[in-house]
Design a protein around this ligand. Sequence first.
Ligand SMILES: *Cc1c(COP(=O)(O)O)cnc(C)c1O
Length: 429
Amino acid sequence: MTSFDPTPGFAAQLDAQDPLRESRRQFHIPPGPDGQESVYMCGNSLGLQPRSARGAAELQFSNWEQMAVEGHFRGETPWLNFHARLADATARVVGAKPVEVVVMNNLTTNLHLLLVSFYRPTISRYKVLMEGGAFPSDQYALETQVKLHGLSPEDAIVELSPRPGEHTLRTEDITAKIQELGGSLATVVMGGINYYTGQVYDMETITRAGHAVGAKVGFDLAHAAGNIPLHLHDWDVDFACWCTYKYLNSGPGGVAGAFVHERFADQPELLRLAGWWGHDEEERFKMRKGFRPMRGAAGWQLSNSSILTMAVHEAALALHDAAGGMEALRRKSELLTGYLEFLIESLHLPKTVLEIITPADPTQRGCQLSLLVHQNGRNLFDHLMSVGITGDWREPNVIRLAPVPLYNSFQDVQRVGVALSEWAASQQG
Ligand SMILES: *Cc1c(COP(=O)(O)O)cnc(C)c1O
């Protein structure tokens, strides 16, 4: 086990030993109030801009400028098949086969499209299981999907809550609820990581439990993709979706991803909402009647690709690969987050003032730590901002801090420790 120490010298030493230290230089680090590089701990909300992003977009601007409609077929990156360029790198991020993934639309759109196929309620099997307090967009998506089938959300949606006095869900309680719902359970939809607490759910166990009662199981990986290693194919997950602007650094509102397990790849009869871009490539331009989907996740595409955002996404994915992929990032991530946890714990603040609600077990968290600040939370957040530390504030009193292994340093984390101890001292005075 590493023993940490709170001094700047120690943090500098960890940075010097960090095999990923050069990766930070591939990103634009926004300046803080003093004009120096700020400490950006908000990659859970919007990842930083890769230095390669602008050039990737500019290349497509010039293709458009020079070739116009011919850009669909000509140049190094023909737009017609742009989604296929991203399949391999995307598959590596989520632990899938290339045929199982596609980059398209935005996250909530993809969630709806996948639910159309994987939430097929019948008279007896119609319930959806989700985490209580899921991200609002997911709540609204489920609520309206249920209504689309003429069901009432109060009856059809079952929410999981932590035990009294606890902040996170226990896997045994999730699987017990799945068993209890049994043959009434149509679909399980959970986050891979809960956005509020930072808890990683045991996706493999949840999937197995869901399948054992005949339900479909899918995950919203908004906070998981690019943050923790995923093995969607091996875990046998049915479907998943994610955004790319958080840990995948692909720009505000950037294009999103979707996963559909290989076992559905050759099921053209599987009901879906279709568009021409999901139609069999061979005859897409024949403009024939009768939808014939492409194999795999690509068969869920609706529209021609958003090339400017996909080009940026491609550049950002390349940085993940260049860093050695998710396993290499994860090794640094555990140390970086462990260091932040150590610095917070060493303040010895009473739990009535501040507690970390993210699980202490590294296998149950990604990089984010969520601090529940019972007293003067907003004041702490403002103090962090005033010294150039960007975290994010979630009502009523949670501060989320996410040291991201691609671009955060141990010295960044050390600066957060200093700011927290300044604040802690001011609270005692
Ligand atoms: C960030 C996030 C979203 C955002 O949805 P968009 O469709 O990309 O706007 C949805 N769900 C979860 C769990 C998120 O973390």
